[in-house]
Design a protein around this ligand. Structure first.
Ligand SMILES: CC(C)(COP(=O)(O)OP(=O)(O)OC[C@H]1O[C@@H](n2cnc3c(N)ncnc32)[C@H](O)[C@@H]1OP(=O)(O)O)[C@@H](O)C(=O)NCCC(=O)NCCS
Length: 182
């Protein structure tokens, strides 16, 4: 099943094998999505003034918005959006021009701004705001607006991070087989 996938200025999104893209999501321009990832209803991913890269087995849940910043005099690279492997992006998350490592869980309604770097194995609580340029270090839980380091992740939480991504790989397999427009 394909969403609303559009080329922009001749650049087409590149979608990996076994990806689920909901028919009511919009993906534009320079966007790559790795194998076994999933994009759920009402997601907008706009790779127009910079690139968006999404790794393998990553899920981007309903109503999330993914965008980027263009290059400027002080910042010739601009701010692309890079998302790693086995990442869970919760419902209604805003990711703008930031870099997300592997096995990260981004809680519902979080906002992550330009130039922020989220290292591998991090949980960001629901409703958190990560300000521009901030780095969240590997192995920690962060909550709040602006976000603060809360504590180290427990072993159970660290184990849950790839499990959460794996759960969504199973769910998207089921959707690929069983969801039907009527
Ligand atoms: C932060 C989170 C991981 C819980 O962490 P925790 O340490 O187990 O938190 P607890 O439930 O024990 O609560 C500890 C404190 O943090 C507060 N807290 C919990 N979640 C919070 C959040 N998202 N932001 C701010 N504070 C939060 C609690 O109110 C509590 O405060 P208190 O000590 O003053 O009473 C969880 O609440 C969360 O936000 N998970 C994200 C889930 C999600 O969105 N998943 C993706 C969609 S499927």
């Amino acid at each position: 099943m394909n969403g609303d996938i559009r080329s922009y200025r001749g650049i087409e999104p590149q979608i990996g094998e076994h990806v689920y893209i909901d028919s009511r999501s919009v993906i534009v321009g320079d966007v790559h999505i790795g194998e076994h990832s999933s994009v759920w209803p009402l997601v907008a991913a706009r790779g127009d003034v910079n690139q968006i890269r999404i790794g393998a087995r990553t899920n981007v849940q309903d109503n999330s918005v993914l965008h980027v910043s263009r290059s400027s005099e002080g910042n010739p690279e601009g701010h692309p959006l890079i998302i790693g492997d086995d990442v869970t992006v919760g419902h209604h998350v805003m990711l703008h021009g930031c870099s997300i490592g592997n096995r990260v869980l981004i809680g519902m309604s979080a906002v992550i701004m330009d130039g922020a770097i989220i290292e591998d194995d991090v949980i960001i609580g629901a409703g958190s705001l990560v300000p521009p340029g901030k780095t969240l270090r590997s192995g920690y839980l962060y909550v709040g607006s602006p976000v603060k380091e809360a504590r180290q992740l427990t072993e159970a939480e660290r184990n849950f991070l790839p499990q959460s991504a794996a759960n969504y790989v199973l769910l998207k397999e089921d959707y690929l087989l069983h969801v039907t427009s009527i």
